[in-house]
Structures are given as C-alpha cells and as structure tokens.
Design a protein around this ligand. Structure first.
Ligand SMILES: [Zn+2]
Length: 474
C-alpha cells in the first residue's frame, strides 16, 4: 500500500490538520524560520553555484521574501545585507555568460535568472550606499537577457538531415517558459519601483514591454500548436488530444518543471493583452488536462502514459496542476472561463489537494521541487482560491499547508535518522532548506499578528521563481 512501504515516496502522517492551533503554530514557525535562515546564511559563504534552483540566486530570493515580512525577530536590514552580499559574491566570482542554446534560457537554471536577480537587486534594493553593479556589469546582465530573448525567438532553417523539433525546449526549468518567467519577474519587481524613462532603464523597458512578452508568448504557443499536431498518437482523434503540446527531450511531460502545466502557468501569468488571442486554445488544453486527471486526483508524468505514476511533486504531478488551475480560477472573469469549467476546475483542485495533503510529506529533502515545500505551496494556491467561502468552516487547505510545513520542520533529525533523503543541494531553494524557509514565510504572510488566518482578498504570493509574479493587467 503506498505510503507504508519503505519504497514509498512520502511519509504517511497520522495527525490531522484540525489539531493545529494557529496562534501557537505561528510562534513556532517564526522561531523555526529564524533558525533556518541563520543556518542557510552560515552555509552561504561556501556556495559555489549561482542559479536560482541550486544556490546563490535562490538564497537571494529567500532573503527578499523573508525581508518583505518585516519581522522584528529577523531584522529586515540583516536580510537585505545578506542578499546584497550574496549578489556581490556572485558578481565577483561568477563569469555570467549569455546563453548559447534556446532551450537553456530559463530563470531557474541558467545565468538568465542570475542576471535578472542582480538587476532587481541593483535597481530596487540599494544597500549601504554603494551600487551593486558598475556600468559594465549592468550592461552584461542586460545583454544576457536580450540575448536570451533573441535566441528563444530564433527559428533556424532545417538542415536536410537534422530532425527539427520546434516544440521542444519550451519548458519552465530550462527553456522558453522559464525565460518568460524571468521577464515577468523583472516586470513585477521593477516597473512599480523605478523610473523606466531614466538612464540605464531603456533596455529594461523594452525587455518587459508588452511587445516582448507577446512575442515570446506567441512563439511558445506557435510551437505548442505544431507540437500538438505532430505528437497526436495514431488513432487518437483531434477532439481527444489537446490543441497545445510541447516536448522536452522527446517526452511529452504534463507537470510543472518540464511540461504543459508549467508552460501554461507562465502564459496565464502574463498581462491579458499579451495572451488574449490564445485564451480559447489555452482553455481547451486545460479541459484536456481535466479529462486526463487520474482517479486518485493525480496526473501521469507524461501524456499518453499508461498507468499513473506515483509521483505527485511540484516537478511532476498534482502540485503543478493545482497551482495552474488555481491561477486560472483567480483570473476566471478576465480569461472568460465559463461557470461550468470553473466548477470542474474547483472539483479537480479539491481532489488533487486531498492527495497532496495525504502524500505531500515527500522524502526527497524539504525543497520546492520534489520536497514538502512544493506541497505546501500547492495547498496555499488552492487555499488562496477556494478557502473561506463558508465562514463557519475551517480554511481547510490553509491548515493542511500549515500542517505539512510543521511536519517538514522536523527535517534535521529525520535526515540524520535516514527517514528523509539528503538532497544534492541541501540548502538550496528548489531542493533544500531555503525552499522550506520561503514556505514558512508564505504561511506567516497569511496569518495576522493576532494569530488568525487573514482570509481571501489579499494578493498573497506563491512559490518563488514560479507563481509569485504579480500579474499586472496593463
Ligand atoms: Zn523535482
């Protein structure tokens, strides 16, 4: 039976979210957050990899996220200083290079993400009076982003003996949808903060313009339309196959990291004007995703895959789909989602969330990608959309997220005892401890100083590097 065997991907829990006392848990998570941020900072000086997924840029995102809470126990100036030092270390020790491959242009795993983080730190979070980047370094970061856009949009002429797969390389973790996140990240962090008509900002204005976003969106959709035609299995009619499909390394993934859910997540996070023409086929693809949800609430890792896999991690399976559907439900009016489709999306989110809560205390470390923190963020996305409509009921998804975060807080002893696996990058955002810190921060953001759930109506942020960009309509 899944969950009880030593081979299970998760640790079954017997306690219940209904036993959570929010006020005392708030104090507990605050203490854990303080200790764990300090632990990440102690490790940081030895960090070597610059990427968001693995190390330095991810530490900076964690510092910003916790700093934005303005907690007296974890002083904001210390976090801002840590972020500035991490960025300065990155500038000193890493030779940031423009991408050479259009399928390696993402925010999470390439120098594109590092450049975007450095630009935001430089322009919006000046620390200690001295600018982070000199003119040359700033221009280098801008060049990396501009080159990534140019490369992503480039369509090579097919050589006679090389099979061209234009629908490959669009996914979030390494590809074009990951670049789209990078542009949205810049837009979300910078446009409200700085004068885009000022010196040095003309390039940023162009990179974050509707025109650039629309070009990248159109390109990714175009590739997905081609992919859907080419990959439709023999015998499957067009009505039984989505109008959009992409591949990664020839495989048709459905989840957040490499698949359809992640790519659509970035597209539906864009301003309406940049995606309006594509809404019908986006929603038809979403209908298909609903159609292929498994009996247990999960999704197979890949389209056309036979039996469902056990994986229900952010990278593969239910969490990525829950975050996508929750984002679409939040924007339902703008995206003209019919009441019938809204109702089916809600029901799918509930079924998947039940599974994520039951099986979301994953064994592969505590990070966002395939650890408990990804499960926490999926439940928070569901909570932000579905909780609180009945004032007499507990905000179920929120309490479930809190419960999983509390279970994850025992990671240290559990790792020592071999109950949790030690990931390759144990302090990182996507595999390790800084991911858990951002999950704590996201929970604390949703609790009032009196220890009560803040309820719906506030613009809470989701998973850093994924669904935390503020959607700007204009
Ligand atoms: Zn993963």
């Amino acid at each position: 039976m899944p969950g009880l065997g030593s081979q299970a991907r998760f640790i079954a829990h017997t306690s219940s979210f209904t036993e959570i006392d929010l006020e005392s848990t708030q104090g507990y998570l605050l203490k854990r957050l303080k200790n764990e941020v300090a632990r990440v900072h102690r490790h940081e000086a030895q960090s070597f990899y610059p990427s968001v997924y693995v190390e330095t840029s991810g530490f900076v995102l964690m510092d910003w996220r916790v700093a934005d809470l303005n907690l007296s126990d974890i002083p904001t100036p210390e976090l801002e200083a840590a972020a500035q030092q991490a960025c300065a270390r990155m500038v000193r020790s890493v030779s940031l290079k423009p991408p050479k491959d259009a399928s390696r242009v993402s925010f999470m795993e390439t120098h594109v993400g590092c450049a975007a983080v450095l630009i935001v730190q430089h322009l919006t979070r000046p620390e200690g009076g001295k600018p982070l980047l000199d003119c040359h370094s700033y221009q280098r970061c801008v060049l990396i982003l501009r080159s990534a856009v140019k490369l992503a949009l480039y369509r090579p002429v097919q050589a006679s003996n090389v099979p061209l797969m234009p629908y490959d390389g669009c996914e979030v973790l390494y590809g074009r949808a990951g670049l789209l996140y990078g542009l949205l990240f810049l837009r979300s962090n910078i446009t409200a903060e700085i004068d885009l008509d000022g010196p040095l900002s003309g390039d940023i204005k162009a990179l974050t313009s509707f025109d650039t976003l629309r070009k990248v969106v159109d390109d990714v959709i175009d590739r997905g339309t081609m992919g859907a035609e080419v990959t439709r299995p023999p015998g499957v009619t067009p009505s039984m196959w989505p109008p959009l499909m992409w591949s990664w390394h020839h495989k048709l993934y459905l989840g957040a990291a490499h698949g359809v859910a992640g790519i659509l997540q970035m597209i539906v996070s864009c301003p309406l004007d940049t995606i309006a023409a594509h809404i019908p086929i986006i929603l038809q693809t979403v209908e298909w995703l609903l159609h292929v949800q498994c009996e247990d609430g999960n999704w197979s890792s890949k389209a056309s895959e036979g039996p469902p896999t056990e994986r229900q991690e952010w990278c593969h399976g239910a969490p990525g789909l829950v975050i996508l559907f929750s984002t679409i439900l939040k924007r339902a009016a703008e995206l003209s989602v019919s009441p019938g489709l809204q109702s089916r999306l809600k029901s799918a989110v509930h079924r998947a969330s039940d599974l994520i809560y039951a099986e979301g205390f994953l064994k592969k470390g505590v990070g966002l990608c395939h650890g408990v923190s990804g499960s926490v963020f999926a439940l928070l996305a569901a909570s932000d959309t579905l909780d609180g409509h009945d004032k007499d009921l507990l905000p179920e998804r929120f309490y479930q997220a809190v419960h999983l975060a509390v279970l994850g807080s025992h990671w240290h002893g559990m790792t020592r005892r071999g109950e949790l696996r030690r990931p390759d990058a144990p302090y990182s955002l996507y595999e390790g401890l800084s991911g858990l810190c951002t999950a704590y921060a996201a929970i604390l953001e949703r609790i009032t100083p009196d220890g009560e759930w803040r309820g719906l109506g506030s613009a809470f942020r989701g998973m850093p590097g994924y669904d935390d960009v503020m959607i700007q309509m204009r």
